[in-house]
Design a protein around this ligand. Structure first.
Ligand code: HEC
Ligand code: HEC
Length: 293
């Protein structure tokens, strides 16, 4: 056998072994110890609003029960429906423990080791603190059970094959938490922008297979509509002040007196308007500290 031929066999087997490994094991999941901190249900209930859990998991328009399943989430790959996460043991998360919950919310993996679609913003939630995860968990456990299997995603081939998410995760996602120092207003703002309110999920551009790419918060195309850049220099160019932004996150009014539209309406109505004025100020301070990169 020629040397060249051996090299080829070597390379092909290496590629195959890597592919099989990526499909079987998820290199992006960690066995983590249970969070032992006692959760605070009232902070958790607040986070269920500000982190968008309620907005995505409740079909308000069709009069659905709270957290029993959400409105259609359009994407270039199809339509996703956030499932029932009430305390029903059959249809929701009633039988889950904190380890299972942490894996789902911060690592994007189901109790049966299936990868979740990134329509569930776990790549942002990966940086939620242990305390906030514990708080969310007790708050959800306190939600009335709703005995309803929610509708399935409407996603075409090949995106309906969940196994394909494993190589995707391997290449594009990270669930490594970022420890964000919240001791300053800007730090608190960064935590809210990146982890809790996941502004980047819509304001940061993505490549053709849905992975986030630079520039961070630099504006993106979302289902055919343009989502503007929200870093400091871009906001200044559009004549925004910090105060404009603080008010905007409360009531959706733009500096020119008009009101914002699109999916930003839900972000404000069910999210940032429920935040304290200190938190909205922190977001404004953080965004104004950024320049496009
Ligand atoms: C942008 C919309 C969106 C937001 C915001 C969101 N989710 Fe979800 N969530 C989803 C989607 C979509 C799925 C289903 C993913 C899948 O099937 O792969 C999901 C799945 C889940 C699951 C897994 C349920 C199961 O039965 O496997 C849990 C738990 C969950 N979300 C909790 C939360 C919590 C807690 C929050 C807030 C911190 C939250 N979600 C915010 C869209 C969202
Ligand atoms: C679910 C997607 C989504 C998320 C999450 C989101 N936004 Fe938006 N945002 C939009 C869309 C879409 C628009 C444009 C709305 C329009 O066309 O009127 C927008 C517009 C804005 C604008 C107005 C910019 C302008 O000049 O018109 C600001 C400011 C803004 N968002 C800030 C934020 C902040 C801060 C966060 C996080 C707390 C956030 N957004 C999270 C979708 C989102």
């Amino acid at each position: 056998m020629s040397l060249k031929y051996k090299w080829l066999i070597g390379l092909v087997s290496f590629a195959l072994v890597t592919l099989i490994a990526v499909l079987i094991i998820d290199l992006n999941v960690e066995e983590r110890d249970a969070i032992l901190i006692q959760g605070d249900a009232s902070n958790g209930a607040h986070l269920l609003q500000t982190a968008g859990c309620f907005a995505c998991h409740t079909n308000v328009e069709e009069g659905g029960d709270a957290f029993a399943g959400g409105p259609p989430l359009e994407s270039p790959f199809g339509t996703f429906y956030a499932p029932n996460i009430t305390s029903s043991s059959v249809h929701g998360i009633g039988s889950w423990d904190i380890v299972t919950f942490e894996r789902a919310v911060r690592q994007g993996v189901s109790p049966h080791n299936k990868s979740y679609y990134p329509a569930f913003p776990y790549m942002s939630y990966r940086s939620l603190t242990d305390q906030d995860v514990a708080d969310l968990f007790v708050a959800l456990k306190a939600i009335e059970p709703v005995e309803l299997t929610y509708r399935a995603h409407d996603v075409g081939f090949p995106f309906n094959i969940r196994l394909g998410l494993k190589p995707w995760r391997w290449m594009f996602s990270t669930v490594r938490p970022i420890n964000i120092d919240q001791s300053t207003a800007e730090g608190r703002g960064r935590y809210l922008v990146d982890a809790v309110a996941h502004c980047g999920e819509c304001h940061t551009p993505r490549n053709s297979i849905g992975a986030p790419i630079p520039p961070y918060l630099g504006g993106a195309d979302l289902n055919g509509g343009w989502v503007p850049a929200i870093v400091g220099d871009a906001l200044l160019q559009m004549d925004w002040t910090e105060d404009d932004l603080i008010y905007f996150l409360d009531d959706g009014m733009l500096p020119d007196g008009d009101y914002v539209g699109g999916s930003m309406v839900e972000v404000i109505d069910h999210g940032t308007s429920a935040m304290s004025v200190e938190d909205r100020t922190a977001i404004a301070k953080y965004l104004f500290s950024l320049v496009k990169r």
